[in-house]
Ligand binder design. Sequence first.
Ligand SMILES: CC(C)(COP(=O)(O)OP(=O)(O)OC[C@H]1O[C@@H](n2cnc3c(N)ncnc32)[C@H](O)[C@@H]1OP(=O)(O)O)[C@@H](O)C(=O)NCCC(=O)NCCS
Length: 323
Amino acid sequence: MTRRAVVIGTGHYLPERVVENAEFEKTLDTTDEWIRSRSGIERRHFAAEGETTSDMAAAAAKAALAEAGMEAESVDAIVLATSTADLTFPSAATMVQSKLGMTRGFAFDVQAVCAGFAYALANANALILSGQADRVLVIGAETFSRIMDWTDRSTCVLFGDGAGALLLEAQESAGTSDDRGILATDLNSDGRYKDLLYVDGGVSTQNTGHLRMQGNQVFRHAVEKLAKTANTALERANLTTADVDWIVPHQANIRIIQGTAKKMGLSMDNVVVTVQDHGNTSAASIPLALSVGKSRGQIKEGDLIVTEAIGGGLAWGAVVLRW
Ligand SMILES: CC(C)(COP(=O)(O)OP(=O)(O)OC[C@H]1O[C@@H](n2cnc3c(N)ncnc32)[C@H](O)[C@@H]1OP(=O)(O)O)[C@@H](O)C(=O)NCCC(=O)NCCS
């Protein structure tokens, strides 16, 4: 028998305020048509004043626990992917722990920007496989609206806020690729590309800063690296693209999503797409898409899913799991 990290609950949270592309036409030299055709984004949610990353993360986590019929006290660890934690410290994960009323276990943040959820899932999987935890909440949550330069039309129209969560549980299985759970992970980063996508401030520079991006350069790396990491993770699981039911990609740009699916030889019928409604929610985008894809009836138990993401660093990675 083999120990596996199996998804037993999903949940998400989106802030109430929805901002349509047309709203940006009032303050920027842009159009709904440009944003829609270049990125696939139609609208995004923005957190309310005072609403924080840990508030949204806790709401998504509660939904995942409720779906699984589990109490927070039965969770051994929280791994929270975010680049927009409430405070410099403590971690947003410990804030979620407190908001869930969880007084045991351990909690920490993972920071790999838009690739954060792949990194968080890989870490949670390792905790489960090594026997350090039996039940792990893996959350992606972001308030990127707080780091936008609202005068920069090439970035501020692309991002949104939100949170998604998965509850993973250790289960024994025969250990084949037909059995449920995380089957393989692949993580990468290359700091030579740090200037392509970054925030020009931080704790040691004494200002929060704003997101800066060379969009077309990031785009160039994205399709190639995403298809490669997805294929590597599939190979590690002894599977091929022919086995894939759903790609659940990081939702940054519909053209990157389409390009990656094409490079992998898969149809868009096999891709869960939420970018039109959420924009790029960074580390929250994959768990949001998994939760929304499940509630739409797209993702079903037994489906083979590949998630892939790339972001600042550059950092990128993929996770293959049987739902
Ligand atoms: C940002 C992105 C949508 C821009 O699309 P693009 O086709 O690459 O466009 P470019 O950056 O080459 O810019 C083309 C023109 O559009 C303009 N433009 C940029 N933002 C605009 C906006 N919101 N409205 C209108 N025009 C805009 C640029 O100024 C440029 O004008 P110029 O040719 O006169 O200089 C695209 O590069 C992208 O999505 N990149 C990946 C970004 C991403 O996903 N990052 C996150 C990864 S986690």
